[in-house]
Write a protein of this length. Structure first.
Length: 278
């Protein structure tokens, strides 16, 4: 039923990845020519919600250091960092972050802030959700259409963990499971068009405007906690990285000044991220 559509989504994902590589190559051409320039590979939620654009201008104003942000899913961001193309990682899958650190790709990592994931579904779903595991089981048993990011982002990794938590093999071969290989905004758009279920970080859900067919069906449950971490990439990968400037950024973004900026940031009147570095 969805084979043709899946192929089109895969094609779009390939084009998207090529554009990412071109973006990285473009910046690599210029990035090391400027002493006061650092690059952050960031999860899409911190970029798409406008948080980093808002707070980075304050850092640049104070330190005269330009911050370039490459917006990627967590898996892609980590791969870019392993190649030595960025000074800083800002992502949200702690297991992957610790693996990155243990293999020597990073020199320090801090918890920075948190929010949570929410399970999104059709507005006609009026059932109370007291267990994310039971909801995932219901989706599988009833073969309810589920749209997966399918891009190894932090959200996709969390989704796979939720299937496993529910003792369900990841249903990537099922007709009701649509893996689109897209970012969060595009995934929500597809779910909205198809009246389907999907997993989203709450910040992107709040900032997303085209959701007339969707609602939150599961929230405020312990497995949905979403921690963001910030990592300084090792210059052993690339000795041209601007590590001293990157350290200034990490010192600043974990400071009381940045705490106020992060906690006070609002979209549609709602707080998106909660600073928890200590």
């Amino acid at each position: 039923m969805f084979i043709r559509k899946k192929k089109s989504y895969i094609t779009l994902n390939l084009i998207f990845k090529i554009l990412i590589l071109l973006n990285i190559l473009f910046y690599n051409k210029y990035i090391f020519a400027f002493e006061n320039l650092i690059t952050v590979a960031s999860t899409t939620s911190t970029h798409d919600t406008g948080l980093l654009k808002s707070i980075n201008k304050e850092f640049s104003k104070e330190y005269n250091i330009k911050v370039n942000v490459i917006s990627l899913g967590t898996g892609q961001a980590i791969r870019v960092a392993k190649d030595g193309n960025v000074e800083i990682l800002l992502v949200h899958h702690k297991k992957s972050e610790l693996e990155f650190m243990n293999k020597g790709y990073g020199t320090l990592r801090y918890d920075l802030m948190y929010n949570d994931f929410v399970l999104i579904g059709p507005k006609k779903d009026n059932k109370t959700c007291s267990s994310i595991e039971n909801k995932m089981i219901e989706i599988k048993k009833s073969k309810l259409l589920f749209v997966s990011r399918g891009d190894e982002s932090g959200t996709h990794k969390k989704e796979k963990e939720l299937w496993e938590l529910s003792n369900i093999n990841i249903p990537f071969k099922e007709n009701w499971y649509l893996s689109v290989g897209q970012g969060m905004g595009s995934t929500l758009l597809i779910a909205n068009q198809k009246n389907a279920y999907t997993l989203s970080d709450r910040s992107t859900w709040i900032a997303f405007n085209k959701k007339e067919n969707l609602q939150i069906v599961c929230e405020n449950l312990p497995p949905l906690f979403n921690q963001y971490g910030i990592i300084l990439v090792s210059n052993k990968i690339n000795n041209n990285l601007n590590i001293e400037e990157a350290k200034k950024y990490i010192d600043w973004i974990t400071s009381e000044e940045a705490k106020k900026l992060i906690n006070n940031y609002r979209v549609n009147g709602k707080q998106l991220f909660f600073f928890n570095h200590n």
